[in-house]
Design a protein around this ligand. Structure first.
Ligand code: HEM
Length: 356
């Protein structure tokens, strides 16, 4: 019988432990390429401080979406509006006051769903009950957006965590300047997204979020009245006129006529059939720089999912606060220094210290 030398035993141990290390660096079992992660965020941030975080959020949202699937769209959009204005710092969640209007009062945010804010606060208190004040509202918003995608049929992906909550909200002007209006064309979208380091593929992939959810008439009636947009399918336009009999009608309609509540690639099929709801959607198919990308997603859902996940992970890391910057808000709607419950000193000791 051949004897194993100490040297080969050492090599074997080395190879085994290297293999284990390598395997350990793959998080979860999902097919996910990993775009670069900014300093301070990590895939395992709450693994010891709040191991049940992701299951608490997912379980609750499963119930919420079962009762009303539209809430998934609301939460996905909320994360986008958080990240594009001043970074993913939960600033969109902050309530304003009469003298100091918050981001919520700026025009693009007036159509966010009020329920979305309630859902985030409810998740926040469920997580708080389990783990204390350790998880930020901005992280909860990022997880809720991820679950909105997954639970409506979209890709499963991991979210790097460790964001902290901002201490201030942006002005109305800054909010408007960072959120693209629905009448924007592809040029405006490409230029605006390039300032945040997104390329044309990211821009088309992110717009694919419009595969779920709704739009108010006022977001698209300029395409119907006084003249009908020539890039819009005629039957589609006539149906929209039925939903929105006047330019200022208060009604809403679905954004993806093929599968309004399912996260899939049908949005791109809509665009190819000139059935995109907003100019900002349809022009992605009209413009030669993005048309090919739209087609590639329309014919290949896996490609769309892959590019969407990449772009979402990128978006979710825009100007994040990490380390000791910002705070861990106890109530997502108010910063801790304005929180009258906290100012009694009851919980102050905990806030913001748990992860710093
Ligand atoms: C390219 C620029 C974009 C423009 C111009 C845009 C514009 C809009 C507008 C006007 C609405 C409808 C608001 C209303 O009338 O109720 C809307 C809804 C929505 N947007 Fe976007 N959006 C853009 C990008 C994104 C991105 C990047 C995401 C997420 C990753 C997103 C997710 C959504 C969702 C899910 C809804 C439906 C919300 C609901 O049903 O409550 N949008 N968007």
């Amino acid at each position: 019988m051949a004897l194993v030398s100490t040297n080969s035993l050492t090599s074997l141990l080395f190879i085994t432990s290297s293999l284990l290390l390598l395997l350990g660096s793959f998080h979860g079992t999902k097919a996910q390429s990993t775009p670069p992660i900014v300093n301070g965020l990590s895939w395992t941030f709450y693994d010891s401080s709040c191991p049940k975080l992701e299951s608490i959020v997912r379980k609750r949202l499963q119930k919420v979406f079962k009762d009303d699937v539209g809430q998934a769209a609301g939460l996905l959009r909320l994360h986008f509006h958080d990240c594009f204005v001043q970074g993913c710092d939960g600033s969109v969640l902050l309530d304003g006051s009469a003298g100091k209007p918050s981001e919520q009062q700026a025009i693009p945010n007036l159509t966010l769903r009020l329920e979305s804010f309630k859902i985030i606060n409810d998740l926040r208190s469920r997580v708080q009950k389990e783990c204390g004040t350790v998880v930020s509202c901005s992280d909860i918003t990022a997880l809720a957006a991820r679950d909105a995608v997954y639970l409506t049929g979209g890709p499963e992906y991991d979210v790097p965590l460790g964001r902290r909550d901002g201490l201030n909200f942006a002005t109305a002007n800054a909010t408007i300047a960072n959120l693209i209006p629905p009448f924007a064309n592809a040029s405006t979208i490409l230029t605006s997204l390039a300032t945040k380091n997104f390329d044309a593929t990211d821009a088309v992939a992110l717009s694919g979020a419009h595969t779920i959810g709704r739009g108010h008439c006022t977001s698209f009636t300029a395409r119907l009245y006084p003249n009908q947009d020539t890039t819009m399918d005629k039957t589609f336009a006539n149906n929209l006129k039925g939903v929105c009999p006047t330019k200022d009608s208060n009604n809403t309609t679905i954004m993806d006529i093929r599968s309004p509540n399912k996260f899939d690639n049908k949005y791109y099929v809509d665009l190819m059939n000139r059935q995109g709801l907003f100019t900002s959607d349809q022009d992605l198919y009209t413009d030669g720089r993005t048309r090919g990308i739209v087609t590639s997603f329309a014919v290949n859902q896996s490609l769309f999912f892959e590019k969407f996940v990449d772009a979402m992970i990128k978006m979710g890391q825009l100007n994040v606060l990490t380390g000791t910057r910002g705070e861990i808000r106890a109530n997502c709607s108010v910063r801790n220094s304005d929180n009258s419950f906290l100012s009694t000193g009851v919980e102050m000791g905990q806030i913001g210290l748990a992860q710093s």
